[in-house]
Design a binder for this molecule. Structure first.
Ligand SMILES: Nc1ncnc2c1ncn2[C@@H]1O[C@H](COP(=O)(O)OP(=O)(O)O)[C@@H](O)[C@H]1O
Ligand SMILES: [Mg+2]
Length: 452
């Protein structure tokens, strides 16, 4: 992509109404534009990151054996009356009446709809286990939408629902989700810690929230510092293997880690004092097992092996897809701008031409651009006729992880510069070597992708 042909409305001033770094930086880097309180347009640069994040979520869900689909944003009130949540949900639900005076709503979540779908098609235990998910816009009329995409009213969520014959099978689905979430967040360069959470109005005994530690987080968290040393890494996992998934859950949840809602001072005091931490965190996901409540209310029953009619055991599992952009930036930025982790970089390489219009720098840049793209790397080429300082400031603000700088002085010796956004370190090398290095840097990220 050439910057002269792109749409990247970068702001020079710091927006006055944005209170936290991620909100300020998303506005300044031309990623989002507010259209109403808590409702945003995703400008091309922001949309690219959103797509990267969605793609990783899809790949990791499907790697775990979960099946993608798409349900509508608008729902009829009927099923919600059946589940008892139409009144219980309160003013957070956006209620709409159509021209025939039918009660509709903009879905804040999809338990009712998916349970109804499964109830209509699944009649035998032979169709189980089954986990269906979608990535769809939600609407919750939050009293105080704030911090940009972090607490929006309209936001993108991955919500998945498991349907199982027994509690044991449903708990395996729960564990499988926990494992797949660990992988998902790590691929995005994030450490998200599973913490024992409060099940709230949805009910049930089993629930964990995934929190990214950040000063600006809305939740207060308490944890044993040993937990931050854990990494899922690239270990192989068989998602059908119950013992393996259970072992990962035990490894990642046996130490003390809770949000303020479930915090227990006495239990926390048992953690050695030197390891006790109090901090703030951003909730980027949550998993639940809640049993047969919805199945019973919405008629999702199957015949078991003995021929008896039994309600399905269910759980629901969410990832805050649009919120993740904010969380990643909160966890990864400096005073110059964003620092994208390689796994979600909107463009993998920034290419800066220091003397636009000079025949030899122009043709060197064109060659490098072609080569990088041929290697499967995405490039944003700053081909504007602008001073070096301005080009560097833009690159630092928008945070591409790697930059190749091409100028007449270096080219005279056959050299370009490769710069890491994270460390700020630059190295001179030949264009061929820079391209090779970048291919190596991105190889593990490309290899982690799943053909879906
Ligand atoms: N208002 C919001 N704006 C952006 N993301 C949200 C919002 N509410 C929830 N999310 C994201 O969706 C995920 C799943 O939602 P859920 O757990 O049902 O929400 P909550 O914990 O707010 O009830 C949350 O972990 C969070 O990352
Ligand atoms: Mg939650």
């Amino acid at each position: 992509m050439r910057l002269t042909r792109y749409f990247l409305p970068v702001l020079k001033e710091t927006p006055a109404d944005a209170q936290i770094p991620s909100h300020r930086l998303m506005l300044r880097a031309g990623m989002i534009r507010q259209s109403a309180a808590g409702i945003y347009s995703w400008l091309p640069f922001g949309y690219r990151v959103l797509q990267r994040i969605e793609r990783i979520v899809h790949e990791e869900q499907q790697r775990a054996g979960h099946i993608p689909m798409l349900m509508p944003t608008l729902q009829s009130a009927d099923l919600w009356k059946q589940s008892g949540r139409y009144d219980a949900y309160g003013p957070e639900m956006l209620r709409i009446t159509d021209r025939h005076d039918r009660e509709m709503l903009y879905g804040p979540t999809n338990e009712e709809m998916i349970t109804d779908i499964v109830a209509n098609y699944v009649t035998s235990y032979k169709a189980l286990p089954l986990t269906l998910y979608h990535i769809q816009w939600k609407f919750r009329d939050e009293v105080r939408p704030r911090f940009g995409v972090m607490r929006g009213r309209e936001f993108l969520m991955k919500d998945g629902y498991n349907f199982d014959l027994t509690k044991e099978a449903a708990l395996h689905a729960y564990n499988r989700h926990l494992v797949s979430y660990l992988r998902t967040y790590e691929r995005m360069g994030l450490q998200a810690i599973p913490m024992r959470a409060d099940s709230g109005p949805i009910g049930g005994d089993y629930t964990h929230e995934f929190l990214v530690l950040a000063e600006t987080g809305e939740s207060e968290v308490f944890y044993d510092s040993e937990i931050t040393d854990l990494r899922f890494g690239d270990r192989a996992i068989d998602y059908d293997n119950e013992a393996q998934c259970q072992a990962v859950l035990s490894e990642f949840t046996s130490r003390y880690a809770r949000t303020d809602e479930t915090h227990d001072e006495a239990a926390f005091d048992e953690v050695p004092e030197a390891r006790r931490r109090t901090a703030r965190g951003i909730e980027v996901g949550q998993i639940f097992y809640f049993g047969t409540d919805y199945s019973e209310k919405l008629g999702a029953f199957v015949q078991n092996e003995a021929g008896a009619r039994v309600p399905l055991h269910m759980g629901s599992h969410g990832i805050g897809v649009s919120r993740l952009l904010g969380a990643i930036i909160e966890a990864s930025h400096d005073d110059k701008g964003i620092i994208w982790p390689e796994g979600v970089a909107p463009f993998e390489v920034g290419l800066v031409n220091l003397r636009q219009g000079d025949a030899s720098t122009d043709s060197a840049c064109e060659g490098i651009l072609r080569e990088l793209e041929a290697k499967g790397l995405s490039v944003l080429y700053d081909d504007r006729d602008e001073r070096a300082g301005g080009k560097f400031a833009t690159m630092d603000l928008i945070g591409l992880p790697w930059r190749i700088t091409v100028g007449p002085r270096g080219l005279a010796n056959g050299m370009v510069e490769l710069t890491s956004r994270r460390t700020g370190e630059s190295e001179e090398m030949t264009p061929e070597w820079a391209i090779k290095r970048l291919s190596e840097i991105y190889a593990p990220h490309h290899a982690a992708a799943l053909a879906i």
